[in-house]
Ligand binder design. Structure first.
Ligand SMILES: Cc1cc2nc3c(=O)[nH]c(=O)nc-3n(C[C@H](O)[C@H](O)[C@H](O)COP(=O)(O)O)c2cc1C
Length: 211
């Protein structure tokens, strides 16, 4: 199949949204936990969390335009400057998916979607107890993306939790062993299966590729 820009633009809205949301490949599956000053805890699924740098340890995620829908996660992050990022595991993909429903701001998605709030080391934002990989984040800045009115929200890792036995000697965390999941499009969840690991790529040590 080949689609030109004109054909993409002429595709019906839902199909276009699903095609374009799928073609980047597998995205990280995370739940972002926040605390509102007056309305309790909040939890929402995000598939756009990315690595920005390791020193300082920075992560970003993309926030869709605010429009008429209030963005509870962003409001809470701006007010409290703290949030958590929690890997979704295969055992609770359905619960995680339904955190994207438009709940009233006073409803906690933890309760509505049957996930458990957890508070660790006096951090003021809720973690997801069922997640094995979780991070306590401090908000640093949000960058408006003019091209489509989205924002990149940038934060620094203040606390990092993961099962020690899933880390290699070099420090790589095995995401199959943590049971973290990947997301395709906006509604498909994939389990992860590590295929192989390679050394740092040096052009002087090229394997014999089959041509
Ligand atoms: C699989 C999946 C991935 C999503 N990823 C994002 C994302 O990266 N950015 C975003 O702004 N919304 C994303 N959403 C939508 C939010 O989860 C949804 O708008 C949620 O209601 C936001 O909650 P809040 O109003 O409490 O912040 C995603 C939804 C699904 C189902």
């Amino acid at each position: 199949m080949h689609l030109t820009r004109e054909e993409i633009e002429a595709t019906n809205r839902i199909q276009r949204l699903n095609i374009i949301n799928s073609i980047t490949g597998i995205k990280a599956g995370n739940l972002i936990g926040t605390m509102s000053e007056n309305h309790g805890s909040n939890l929402a699924i995000f598939s756009s969390v990315i690595h920005l740098g390791s020193n300082p340890a920075l992560l970003g995620f993309i926030l869709r335009p605010e429009g008429e829908v209030p963005r509870n996660t962003f409001e809470n992050i701006i007010k409290t400057e703290r949030y958590t990022i929690n890997h979704i595991r295969s055992s609770f993909i359905e619960n995680a998916h339904y955190t994207s429903a438009k709940f009233d701001r006073h409803v906690s998605e933890f309760e509505a979607c049957d996930l458990t709030e957890e508070y660790l080391h006096d951090f003021p934002a809720p973690y997801v107890k069922e997640s094995t990989v979780k991070m306590g984040m401090r908000f640093l800045e949000s960058i408006p993306i003019k091209a489509n009115n989205t924002k990149m929200v940038i934060g620094q890792i203040e606390h990092l939790y993961f099962p020690e036995e899933t880390m290699s000697e070099e420090g790589y965390v095995d995401l199959a062993a943590t049971d973290s999941v990947g997301i395709g499009g906006l509604n498909s969840y994939y389990s992860l299966n590590k295929l192989n690991t390679f050394p740092f790529a040096r052009k002087t040590e090229l394997p014999e590729f089959k041509q």
